[in-house]
Design a protein around this ligand. Structure first.
Ligand code: GDP
Ligand code: MG
Length: 177
């Protein structure tokens, strides 16, 4: 078996969900391409991006799915969730309404995928300190109540972006290996 064949062993589908404009596409752009777009109204029609990661010395591929903006119409399809083993459920710390939507996103996730999908609650835009509407403690409390991992991130300044994805992938790897 060549090393290339071995790398096919782990391919994890991970979905990004959360209200429109919380920064899902930029989290993926930062993680996969180290890019940030301050005006990303037009989400480019990339269905998913595959990112190689090193977990405990093993190469793992994360296939990370991004919505094409359809969350605006509350019409993320079941195909989007199908086969997902991980999820980042994202809100914007500067818009409380996006935090209040989290329950609905979790319901949708659990309707369309396995209950055991490894999930992290992500409070994005942590760089917007002066505009904060949701405290880190509130995010943490919700995550604890729902049994989720939790992290605040900034796709703008990169903080915790890789950590958030790695936390999910590492946990999936630990469960499945
Ligand atoms: P999506 O609709 O959830 O995919 O959100 P986008 O990634 O398109 O981002 C929506 C807007 O928020 C864009 O103007 C981004 O530049 C901005 N944005 C995304 N992430 C951050 C962040 O971490 N900090 C700040 N300040 N702005 C962000
Ligand atoms: Mg988007």
């Amino acid at each position: 078996i060549s090393s290339e064949e071995q790398t096919e062993d782990y391919l994890f589908k991970i979905v990004l969900i959360g209200d429109s404009a919380v920064g899902k596409s930029n989290l993926l752009g930062r993680f996969a391409r180290n890019e940030f777009h301050s005006n990303s109204k037009s989400t480019i029609g990339v269905e998913f991006q595959t990112q190689k990661m090193d977990i405990d010395g093993k190469e793992v591929k994360a296939q990370i799915w991004d919505t094409a903006g359809q969350e605006r119409f509350r019409a993320v399809t079941s195909a989007y969730y199908r086969g997902a083993v991980g999820a980042l459920v994202v809100y914007d710390i500067s818009r409380r309404q996006t935090f209040e939507s989290i329950g609905r996103w979790l319901n949708e996730l659990h309707t369309h995928s396995d209950m055991n999908v490894v999930t992290i609650l992500v409070g994005n835009k942590s760089d917007l300190r002066d505009a904060r509407e949701v405290s880190a403690d509130e995010g943490k409390a919700l995550a604890e109540a729902q049994g989720l991992f939790f992290m605040e991130t900034s796709a703008l300044d990169s903080s915790n972006v890789a950590s958030a994805f790695q936390t999910v992938v590492k946990e999936i790897y630990n469960i499945l290996s």
